[in-house]
Design a protein around this ligand. Structure first.
Ligand code: FBP
Length: 354
């Protein structure tokens, strides 16, 4: 290889090795303004939280008391895993003394957590699911963390954070971390979806994929078929359809982040519909479904509740749940078409009876 070519290749790999998350955010914002620096610093703190959690997970079976349950039940009515509580505290700790984030709202906390030294100067709120896929934690399967950043509006005097009860379009950034064979951080600030891989030798998240685009259609459908008899007939119709048609394959990891990441890379659809027990679904809007909806739209895909664009949903409360259909736009539309078909049939049935 000619010297010029070799130096170009080396220059490129050196440039890539230097494209850290904080630098990439500034590049995306094409600005070094105070706001841009703040968002870059904020993302860097999220990266630090991910590194600390990744380190704990990579040795969890060797660390006394790292796994198992805390004995507490959270606001979701779920038994809290020790890793849930640990990761929740890590996110709070990394934002102390930052002047960036005044409030943190999480799946593990009934009310938002305020960092006094960051209030009121810190105009950003971090909304997060510290450990997504908790049922996978103690058996060393892939899990994740999901986050969204919103700008605080008003002074939140009563500490109820009601200004957070707005639709997904108010998110200024969102992303997730996947703790798998490698630790990856995937994010968007509204300028495309980009992936970073943690290079343990550098201790840095390095750019690995830029401007990710989800295929318009994919073979994967991801749903917990164990809930089949709890679903609305329309969802059953869709599952019967994919069972009877070539080209579909089922994949379900038990961790939303893992299933979402597969679909972002290969196409397909993830579905967590309402059930008889939970007609509003299981997944939480502000720190699970809305952040992923923000990402999938940036990657050319779609997210729906089945009857509404998920980004348009306005939560009634901090821990509001929504049904979720997310992924390739053709596959989301296919699932919706079964829901619309059943709705049309029942309307006709009612009309014929009246
Ligand atoms: P956690 O954030 O508490 O883990 O809950 C969310 C989740 O684990 C998702 O990651 C996953 O897709 C889903 O719940 C699995 O639910 P189920 O076991 O009902 O299929």
């Amino acid at each position: 290889m000619a010297d010029v070519e070799r130096s170009l290749v080396e220059e490129h790999s050196l440039d890539r090795d230097c494209t850290t998350l904080s630098r990439h955010v500034l590049q995306q914002l094409k600005s070094f303004s105070a706001d841009a620096q703040d968002l870059s610093a904020l993302m860097n703190r999220i990266a630090l939280a991910a590194k600390i959690i990744s380190r704990r997970l990579s040795r969890a079976d060797l660390v006394e008391g790292a796994l198992g349950f805390t004995g507490n039940v959270n606001v979701q009515g779920e038994s809290v895993k020790k890793m849930d509580a640990y990761a929740n505290d890590v996110f709070i700790s990394v934002f102390k003394q930052s002047g960036l984030v005044c409030r943190l709202a999480s799946e593990e906390m009934e009310k938002p957590y305020y960092i006094p030294e960051n209030c009121p100067i810190g105009r950003y709120s971090l909304i997060y699911d510290p450990i997504d896929g908790s049922s996978n934690v103690d058996i060393n399967l892939n899990i994740g963390s999901i986050f969204a950043i919103r700008r605080q509006q008003g002074d939140d005097i009563d500490g109820e954070a009601t200004d957070l009860l707005q639709d997904g379009h108010q998110q200024i950034a969102a992303g997730y971390v996947i703790y798998g064979p490698s630790t990856m951080l995937v994010y968007s600030i509204g300028t495309g979806v980009h992936a970073f891989t943690l290079d343990p030798s550098l201790g840095e998240f390095i750019l690995s994929q830029e401007n990710m685009q989800v295929p318009d259609h994919g073979p994967v459908y991801s749903v917990n078929e164990g809930n089949f008899w709890q679903w609305d007939e329309s969802i059953r119709d869709y599952i019967r359809y994919v069972h009877r048609h070539e080209g579909y394959t089922a994949r379900y990891s038990g961790a939303l982040v893992g299933d979402f990441h597969r679909i972002l890379c290969q196409g397909g659809v993830f579905i967590y519909p309402g059930t008889v027990k939970k007609p509003e679904g299981k997944l939480r809007l502000l720190y699970e479904t809305a952040p992923l909806a923000f990402l999938i739209e940036q990657a050319g895909g779609r997210a729906s509740t089945g009857t509404q664009n998920l980004m348009d949903v306005v939560p009634e409360k901090l821990h509001t749940r929504t049904p979720l259909i997310i992924g390739s736009k053709e596959d989301v539309a296919l699932v919706e078409s079964f829901i619309q078909e059943r709705a049309r049939e029942s309307k006709e049935a009612i009309a014929s009876r009246s």
